[in-house]
Write a protein of this length. Structure first.
Lengths: 174, 107
């Protein structure tokens, strides 16, 4: 299904109010979005499914605000990123969550950790922003420009996250 | 480890997530939507109707100028203000239907 198909479904939802037209979009993007959360949460499948559901519901409710300036995938990942960040903030109460604390929260063992233990062990060495940038670019195949739109940070900042993440990973995986 | 090796390493660890009724659960939670007001079609119909009523552009201009000559001085400002108000009411109504607040970081 191409980007044109995405737009076709989006227009059916927004202009005609056809709720069912959102279903192909969910089926198409459920795997990347759930994988993104699964890796961000170090393999917590239950939490990642909850966050994924929230992402799709928010996307559906905000679909009228999608302007098509970037791809639907980028827009959806942007919502997913915000959902995850908001979730972390609510977990930490109203205080600003330091990134080191956030990392510590998600370094937990669970049933899914064993399946991809080396991946999660490697990701655990990264700060949250580095992990997100690396996952978007290397796991989800986004360009640096797209990833910077998702994380809403300057391109240079994103590149510095990737560079720092790569250095840590290279040391670990060699 | 270079860029390509890192890319390859991530690709070998890339998980494909089977749906397992995930999309069904999401769809079940979504509220129904109202279709957007067909403003474009409404205005297009009015425009088409007016065109046929006034037959051609010259006749339309003549009709308008005649109407403006005979109309009192306040007709034009009142009519244009009314049109702006109608547009704003329509716009507010259109935007109100999906009034959901989402707080994004940094916005």
């Amino acid at each position: 299904m191409s980007n044109t198909d995405d737009l076709k479904w989006i227009m059916q939802v927004t202009l005609l109010g056809n709720k069912e037209a959102f279903n192909p979009l969910v089926r198409k993007y459920q795997s990347p979005i759930r994988r993104f959360f699964l890796n961000l949460t170090m393999g917590d499948a239950s939490l990642s499914d909850d966050l994924s559901q929230e992402t799709f519901i928010k996307a559906y409710l905000q679909l009228s605000s999608f302007q098509g300036l970037s791809g639907f995938s980028t827009w959806l990942f942007r919502i997913a990123y915000n959902v995850f960040y908001d979730y972390i903030r609510t977990q930490k109460g109203k205080e600003e969550a330091p990134l080191e604390e956030v990392d510590r929260i998600y370094h937990t063992e669970n049933e899914y950790s064993a399946e991809n233990a080396d991946l999660y062990a490697a990701l655990a060495k990264l700060r949250m922003e580095e992990r997100t940038a690396i996952l978007l670019c290397y796991m989800e195949g986004m360009s640096h420009s797209e990833a910077s739109k998702v994380m809403r940070c300057p391109l240079g900042t994103l590149k510095s996250y990737i560079s720092a993440g790569k250095t840590k990973l290279a040391t670990l995986l060699q | 480890m270079n860029d390509q090796q890192l890319q390859h390493w991530f690709m070998t660890h890339k998980q494909e997530m089977p749906d397992h009724d995930f999309s069904k659960k999401v769809m079940h939670q979504l509220p129904d939507r109202k279709a957007a007001p067909p403003l474009v079609w409404i205005f297009a119909s009015i425009g088409t109707l007016l065109f046929f009523v006034f037959v051609n552009l010259r006749q339309l201009i003549e009709q308008l100028s005649l109407w403006l000559e005979r109309a009192p001085w306040w007709t034009l400002p009142v009519t244009s203000t009314a049109l702006v108000i109608i547009f704003l009411i329509g716009f507010c109504f259109h935007e109100r239907k999906d009034d959901v607040t989402i707080y994004f970081k940094g916005i």
